[in-house]
Design a protein around this ligand. Structure first.
Ligand SMILES: Nc1ncnc2c1ncn2[C@@H]1O[C@H](COP(=O)(O)OP(=O)(O)O)[C@@H](O)[C@H]1O
Ligand SMILES: [Mg+2]
Length: 393
């Protein structure tokens, strides 16, 4: 089964009630489900895309199903099969659009694959944001955490959504966001991910858009969630959003740090929904300043503005026997922290090096952060000792 489809996310096919109903009218204004025995009166076309057409519909008999539902109709089996299957898998998830009925209708040679699903009264997130504009951090945190619950179930089942764009996240009653359009969702049989063969370049990490990485992984779903969080905060789905734009987002430093890790370098991105859920819950503690006895043999890196020129500090560190690294990593022992630069990605405590130290700490790798004063004390002690030992002429 091919996963290719017209990338659904470039197009915006929204139909208003004033659209020319005649032109939009389905060949048959009803759809009949031999599965449930219900007939769906197709009232209005509300979306059209790669998959097919989506109608607002009234089901009869009514009991056990909302009075208004969406009926999604396609000529092709592939997306329908995926949507029907993943809806079953996520049937208990409050934040995945419910699918009430799945059926196939045949009229002569013509087959229509149909799904009757929950109608999102506020439409897709793209349309809703255009109307409503930027959202508060409180809303963004709450709603992102909620849809991550559904994504976590998918990820725990080793499945990937692969199309988490604003057109596939829906705004339901009480402004609750829900995941929908599982038309290219798939299981991951290989831990390396699945071939990235169907996507829209505007909503995927650069490394995939540019073809450097050909495998879609859970962390790429996470990238898309990070992008959605940024779009919600900005109330804008059209402007490009790079990881360096995160510093301008109207939210707390903590949320900036989290979004930065979703959008930034692939190797440091949260690997799956569960990691992102944990990160959102965890308020960051400012990295406490630690102590070290000596710089000799220590792998050391600097961050922030230092009182003395950086070159001088690097030379002093080397002189004291330290190995200076451009940025901290797994093998780093010490990070010397100068005065914070408030223009950092995530504010005062959110420079990329401090973020990295916190990420390493979460993995059990300890990097001691020391202040500049302690650094100079250690570096100068060493040079004083050297000076003392040096033979006088
Ligand atoms: N359940 C729904 N409630 C409200 N609008 C919907 C619903 N399903 C689809 N739509 C509208 O139709 C568009 C296309 O539907 P979608 O399920 O994403 O199909 P496609 O596979 O064509 O992208 C959506 O972006 C949205 O505007
Ligand atoms: Mg879609």
């Amino acid at each position: 089964m091919s996963t290719h489809r017209v990338p659904s996310t470039t197009r915006r096919a929204q139909y208003s009630p004033d659209s020319d109903r005649r032109a939009d009218a389905p060949s048959s204004p009803t759809a009949y489900s031999s599965e449930s025995g219900r007939t769906y009166q197709l009232d209005r076309l509300i979306g059209k895309g790669g998959f097919g057409e989506v109608y607002l519909a009234t089901p009869t008999p009514g009991p056990g199903i909302p009075t208004q539902v969406c009926v999604k109709i396609s000529d092709r089996i592939s997306g329908w099969l995926r949507e029907a299957y993943f809806a079953e898998l996520l049937a208990r998830e409050k934040r995945a659009l419910r699918v009430f009925d799945r059926f196939v209708e045949a009229e002569g040679n013509h087959v229509r694959y149909c799904l009757a699903m929950e109608y999102a009264e506020h439409g897709d997130l793209g349309a809703w944001l255009e109307r409503e504009g930027a959202q508060s951090e409180r809303f963004v945190r709450r709603e992102i955490a909620a849809i991550l619950g559904a994504l976590d179930s998918l990820h725990r089942g080793h499945a990937l959504h692969r199309d988490l764009t604003p057109f596939n996240v829906f705004v339901c009653e009480d402004q609750q966001l829900k995941l929908g359009d599982f038309g290219i969702a798939t299981h991951q049989l290989n831990p390396r991910g699945v071939t990235a063969d169907a996507f829209n370049v505007f909503h995927v990490p650069n490394e995939i858009a540019w073809g450097r990485v050909r495998r879609w992984q859970k962390r790429d779903d996470i990238y898309q969630i990070g992008l959605i969080a940024a779009m919600l905060l900005r109330g804008d789905i059209t402007s490009p959003m790079r990881s360096k734009d995160v510093r301008g987002l109207p939210c707390s430093d903590h949320l900036k740090e989290v979004i930065h890790r979703c959008l930034g370098s692939r190797g440091k991105r949260y690997e799956a929904a569960s990691e992102l859920i944990a990160a959102l819950k965890q308020r960051p503690q400012e990295a406490p300043l630690g102590r070290v006895k000596s710089l000799a043999g220590k792998r050391l890196s600097f961050t922030g503005f230092l009182e003395r020129p950086r070159d001088e500090a690097i030379a002093a560190a080397r002189n004291a026997g330290a190995i200076v690294q451009a940025k901290p990593g797994r093998g780093t022992d010490v990070l010397v922290r100068g005065r914070p630069n408030t223009l950092q990605i995530a504010g005062k405590d959110g420079g990329s090096k401090l973020i990295e130290v916190r990420r390493l700490a979460a993995q059990g790798v300890k990097v001691t952060v020391i202040g500049e004063r302690q650094f100079w004390r250690l570096a100068d002690t060493k040079s004083r000792r050297r000076a003392k030992k040096a033979p006088r002429n």
